[in-house]
Design a protein around this ligand. Structure first.
Ligand SMILES: *Cc1c(COP(=O)(O)O)cnc(C)c1O
Length: 357
C-alpha cells in the first residue's frame, strides 16, 4: 500500500507537547496527523494518506450516522528505554478487524496493510510517544465507517478506514486499585448470533445504560450476563474476566458472544506457561459467589489494552454483595509480565512485540 504524506504545517510546538505528555489523561489530546484510506467496489482500498489532524466534513446522509456500520480497534505504542517504539501483537488487532468487518459486511482490510498504516502514523507522530516512565503510551485508534452518502440500508459502497492517535497516561495513577463491579440484571450487551464478538461502536452504545446504573450504585463498571439464562458471566463493557482458583486453575468465559480480547488471549498463553491450567468455558454467577465465599476462588481480574490487568474487588447486585477475593498475587504477576514486555523491561519470550521505530 502506497501512503502519501502531507506534513502538518503547524504541528504542536515542543513546549506545549511537553505539557501534554506530562499529563496526557486519556483520549483528550490528538497528534499532529491522521491516516485515511478509502474503499469503493470499483477501486478497492485506495488514496491512503497521512494528513494534518482535523475535523471531517460529512454529508448528513452519511450511512454510519444512521445505521451504525462502524468497527474499531484499540492498541498502544510503547517507548522503550533506548528510545525505540514498539506495538504489541498488531497483527492480532488487524485480524480482529477483519473478523469485525465480516460481521458488519465491510470490505476486509488486509492484515499487512492495517499494520503498515498504524506503523506509518506512529512513525509520522513519533515525538508524541511518551517516555516509558510511569507506563505512559500512545493510544492508537484504527476505525472503519460507512462513508457512503445514501439512506438505503445496505453494505456501504464507500468505506473509510482511519487511524488516529492520542497520548495516554497510566491507567492507575497512584497504584493499582481493585474495581468494584455491578451485576446488570436488566441489560445484556450481546446475544447469540449478534455482534458481541465484533469490536463495533454499537456494542458500546448498548452498554451505556447499564454502565450508568453501575455508577449510580457506586460501582466502577458493569458485568454482563448471557442473554439466554442471565446466568453465565460474559464480560465487562470493555474488558474480559478471569477467575483464579486456590488450586492454581484459571477460568475465563468461553468465546462466542464476548469480544475476543488480545490481552485475554495473551494471558491464556502466559498463565499456561507459568504452569496454570487454563479453562475456557461457561462460568456462572453462582460459581463466582460460592467460590469467593468458600475460598475456592482467590482472585478475580479484568483485562484489556487500556488497563492491561486490573484486580476486581466487590461484586454488587440487588441480591447483595460478594466480597473481594482474598488475593491479587497472580493478577499482579501477570500484569507485571505483560507490562514488562510492552515497555521492554522484560524479555519478549513469545515474540509478541513489533518494532515500529
Ligand atoms: C476491546 C475490548 C476488550 C479488550 O480487548 P483487548 O484486545 O484486550 O484490548 C474487551 N471487551 C470489549 C467489549 C472490547 O471492546
Amino acid at each position: 500500500m502506497q501512503i502519501s504524506t502531507t506534513a502538518n504545517p503547524r504541528p504542536v510546538d515542543d513546549t506545549r507537547l511537553a505539557e501534554i505528555l506530562a499529563n496526557p489523561g486519556f483520549g483528550q489530546h490528538f497528534t499532529d496527523h491522521m491516516l485515511t484510506v478509502e474503499w469503493t467496489p470499483q477501486e478497492g482500498w485506495h488514496a491512503a494518506r497521512i494528513e494534518p489532524y482535523g475535523p471531517l466534513t460529512l454529508d448528513p446522509a452519511t450511512a454510519v450516522l444512521h445505521y451504525a456500520q462502524e468497527t474499531f480497534e484499540g492498541m498502544k505504542a510503547y517507548r522503550h528505554a533506548d528510545g525505540s517504539i514498539w506495538t504489541f501483537r498488531p497483527e492480532q488487532n488487524a485480524a480482529r478487524m477483519v473478523r469485525s468487518s465480516q460481521r458488519l459486511a465491510f470490505p476486509e482490510l488486509p492484515v499487512d496493510d492495517f499494520v503498515a498504516c498504524v506503523d506509518a502514523l506512529v512513525e509520522a507522530d513519533q515525538r508524541w510517544v511518551p517516555g516509558s516512565e510511569g507506563e505512559k503510551s500512545l493510544y492508537l485508534r484504527p476505525f472503519m465507517f460507512a462513508s457512503e452518502v445514501f439512506l438505503g440500508v445496505r453494505p456501504a459502497q464507500h468505506v473509510t478506514f482511519m487511524v488516529i492517535a492520542s497520548p495516554a497516561g497510566a491507567y492507575f495513577k497512584g497504584g493499582v486499585k481493585p474495581v468494584n463491579l455491578w451485576l446488570s440484571e436488566s441489560f445484556t450487551r450481546a446475544g447469540r448470533g449478534g455482534m458481541g464478538a465484533a469490536k463495533t461502536g454499537g456494542n458500546y452504545a448498548a452498554s451505556l445504560a447499564a454502565q450508568r446504573e453501575a455508577i449510580e450504585q457506586g460501582c466502577d463498571q458493569v458485568v454482563f450476563l448471557d442473554d439466554q439464562e442471565f446466568r453465565y458471566i460474559e464480560e465487562l463493557g470493555g474488558m474480559n474476566l478471569f477467575f483464579v482458583h486456590a488450586d492454581g486453575r484459571v477460568v475465563t468465559p468461553e468465546t462466542g458472544t464476548i469480544l475476543e480480547g488480545i490481552t485475554r488471549a495473551s494471558i491464556i498463553e502466559l498463565a499456561g506457561k507459568l504452569g496454570h491450567a487454563v479453562e475456557e468455558r461457561k462460568f456462572s454467577i453462582d460459581e463466582w459467589r460460592d467460590g469467593v465465599a468458600s475460598g475456592e476462588i482467590t482472585e478475580v481480574f479484568a483485562c484489556g489494552t487500556a488497563a492491561v490487568v486490573t484486580p476486581v474487588g466487590e461484586l454488587r447486585s440487588p441480591e447483595g454483595v460478594t466480597p473481594a477475593p482474598s488475593s491479587t498475587e497472580l493478577t499482579m504477576q501477570i500484569r507485571e509480565a505483560l507490562v514488562g514486555m510492552q515497555f521492554g523491561r522484560a524479555e519478549d519470550t513469545f515474540g509478541w512485540m513489533h518494532r515500529v521505530v
